[in-house]
Design a protein around this ligand. Structure first.
Ligand code: GLN
Length: 199
């Protein structure tokens, strides 16, 4: 719940597996109250939720075991702002291009996992993201997915090698890379803007 004194929003960071600590630090640096979410009841009263990078098959299985998959899907459908990075992008996708795994299926995209090739496990590159300003953002990609296809309601915010690597659809924001691993917090700021809603 937004703190009435400071107006700081409370953002949950799904902390079942993966790179959640860096998201908590990034959100706190921007003045939000960040809480790690490990159990279903901790989803109550949040103003927004971050699903971090990690291994989407593991995150999905844990969400099923902890009865969180259906609940996060319900909250997302109700309009809770959700920011998914890397494995979090995969979790939010309607479908993955190959295989079958538990997904939230909230965003009208098809995600291709480990899309940049097995040899290229990680790389860093400058990305043009007009939605956050003219200065390129340093994107850190680690066994990253890309957006293979997107429905007409999806706004692709950035591309690399012709494939979508950041996108927004209503209350949902996704990146294929890890913005929490750099000091550039503009995407977290964009997400907090979605949480606050139109001024
Ligand atoms: N390859 C992972 C997956 O598909 C994502 C990697 C990451 O989050 N850094 O789930």
């Amino acid at each position: 719940m937004t703190d009435p004194a400071t107006q700081a929003p409370t953002i949950g960071v799904l902390s079942l597996q993966g790179a959640f600590r860096e998201h908590i630090q990034a959100l706190e640096r921007l003045g939000a109250v960040a809480v790690d979410v490990r159990r279903r009841r901790q989803l109550e009263g949040l103003d927004g939720l971050v699903i971090p990078g990690g291994e989407s098959t593991t995150i999905g299985k844990l969400m099923v075991s902890y009865h969180m998959l259906d609940e996060v899907r319900r909250l997302g459908e109700e309009g809770l702002p959700i920011f998914g990075t890397c494995a979090g992008l995969v979790m939010l996708a309607q479908e993955v291009c190959e295989g079958d795994q538990p997904l939230l299926g909230l965003m009208d995209i098809c995600a291709r996992r480990n899309a940049f090739g097995r040899q290229v496990k990680s790389f860093e590159t400058g990305l043009d993201i007009p939605a956050i300003g003219a200065e390129p953002l340093h994107g850190v990609f680690i066994r990253a997915p890309w957006i293979e296809s997107a429905g007409s309601g999806v706004e692709v915010l950035a591309s690399h090698e012709g494939h979508g690597v950041a996108a927004r659809q209503g209350n949902l924001l996704v990146t294929a890379f890890h913005p929490e691993l750099t000091d550039d917090l503009r995407l977290h700021e964009l997400f907090l803007g979605m949480v606050r809603g139109p001024a």
